[in-house]
Design a protein around this ligand. Structure first.
Ligand code: AMP
Ligand code: MG
Length: 386
């Protein structure tokens, strides 16, 4: 199958283009599209055959349910057996936006879409292209992230094309996404509302709206195998770069020193090393000759991860590649760069990756949840490295 890549204005998508994309969905085909979180791979949510196509295109295990995307709040009652009062409050506060709610499913939703579950995940995305696609198709759109299963979620159309070209009908290219990590998932079918996947919207923000405690699924906090996460997708091993990756935690000074020491040891053993740092620290992992001029290269409007290559090989502490996640003063930029950088890791040809920790105040949980998975939960304490 030839995949058509269609550029659309992310704020005001061309009506004719969106009509064409909508028709493909209505005809049971798959279309990838931008949302504010990551790119989604869309198909008609109420057509089991379309859902099966989504699983096949991604190579996704069929017990891992899809999120149903809607453009009008009233459509929630088409897919939910009943609409809980708290869902109305949360929708008022956060929809359209990066929040997915789990409710009991109605008969209209096929088990092929919910991975055999009696509940359904629903979200109203905050992106003109996504909303227009749903409306033009006349369907509700099931859409997981538009990556091959096990790879990082796509934050640009090029990532989607890398993974899914030839397997889907169309990719709507609306440029890079705004948030860069997947939606927060809250389960409203439990006695206590429970976050199954951390995201941009925090448990505190949710509990402020519904006026009672929101808990976090113990299965995603446990780093061992004692508890399984409730969201089937959270139990799968997520993307891990081919290189060995470890996260180094501690005070900034201790972390920088520890990573430099680890780098010098790895280099002495003949290995190539990449360091994932922040705008504030990235220059310190470069060779001596770069330390003055190593300004991060985040463009203001269209920021690209800085993968400039690097180390002054005369400096034993210099990394071969330094990637900056963005400024610690701007958590959002860190979230936005995360998947881009993880995708890049495999193209760098390095043997070891050391990353600073990014437990930032607000969305640090969501960022670290993804980063820890990528590192296979290998965490080193800076003060132990000497
Ligand atoms: P993705 O669409 O790739 O962002 O993944 C969707 C996530 O939502 C996966 O982790 C799914 O397991 C989870 N999910 C979807 N529907 C449900 C459901 N009914 N109950 C629990 N988790 C769900
Ligand atoms: Mg996904």
């Amino acid at each position: 199958m030839e995949t058509e890549i269609l550029r659309v204005d992310s704020k005001k998508p061309d009506q004719e283009a969106m009509k064409r994309a909508g028709k493909l969905i209505a005809a049971g085909e798959l279309v990838a599209f931008p949302t504010e979180t990551v790119y989604g791979l869309g198909g008609d949510a109420l057509d089991p055959e379309a859902s099966k196509k989504i699983y096949a295109a991604k190579g996704r295990p069929s017990d891992n349910p899809l999120i149903v995307h809607i453009a009008e709040f009233d459509d929630l009652s088409r897919v939910a057996r009943e609409v809980p009062e708290e869902a109305k409050l949360l929708a008022d506060a956060f929809w359209p936006g990066p929040l997915t709610m789990i409710v009991w499913k109605s008969e209209a939703v096929p088990y092929a879409t919910t991975g055999g579950m009696d509940t359904v995940a629903v979200r109203m995305p905050n992106h003109p292209v996504a909303l227009s696609l749903i409306r033009e198709s006349g369907c509700l759109i099931a859409a997981p992230s538009a990556n091959t299963s096990g790879r990082p979620s796509p934050t640009e159309a090029a990532h989607v094309a890398d993974d899914l070209s030839g397997r889907i009908a169309m990719i709507l290219d609306g440029g890079p996404v705004g948030i860069g990590i997947e939606s927060t998932i809250i389960d409203l079918t439990e006695e206590k509302p429970m976050v199954l996947r951390p995201g941009y919207i925090t448990p505190q923000m949710l509990s402020d709206v519904i006026g009672r405690e929101v808990i976090i699924d113990p299965g995603i906090i446990a780093m061992d195998d004692t508890k399984k996460p409730k969201a089937p997708g959270m139990k799968y091993k997520h993307y891990a770069p081919k290189a060995d990756m470890a996260i180094v935690e501690g005070d900034e000074e201790a972390v920088v020193s520890a990573i430099k020491l680890l780098t010098s040891r790895a280099k002495a053993a003949g290995k190539r090393v990449a360091v994932i740092a922040s705008d504030e620290t990235q220059a310190r992992y470069r060779g001596n000759s770069r330390s003055e001029s190593g300004a991060p290269q985040h463009g203001a409007a269209h920021s690209e991860a800085d993968a400039s290559c690097c180390g002054d090989n005369a400096d034993e502490f210099a990394a071969d590649v330094v990637l900056s996640m963005g400024s610690r003063a701007d958590e959002d930029s860190i979230a936005r760069h995360l998947y881009h950088i993880l995708r890049e890791c495999d193209e760098l040809g390095v043997d070891e990756i050391y990353s600073e920790s990014f437990s930032t105040p607000r969305i640090g949980n969501a960022i670290m949840n993804r980063l820890l998975k990528a590192a296979g939960h290998q965490v080193l304490q800076a003060e132990d490295i000497e």
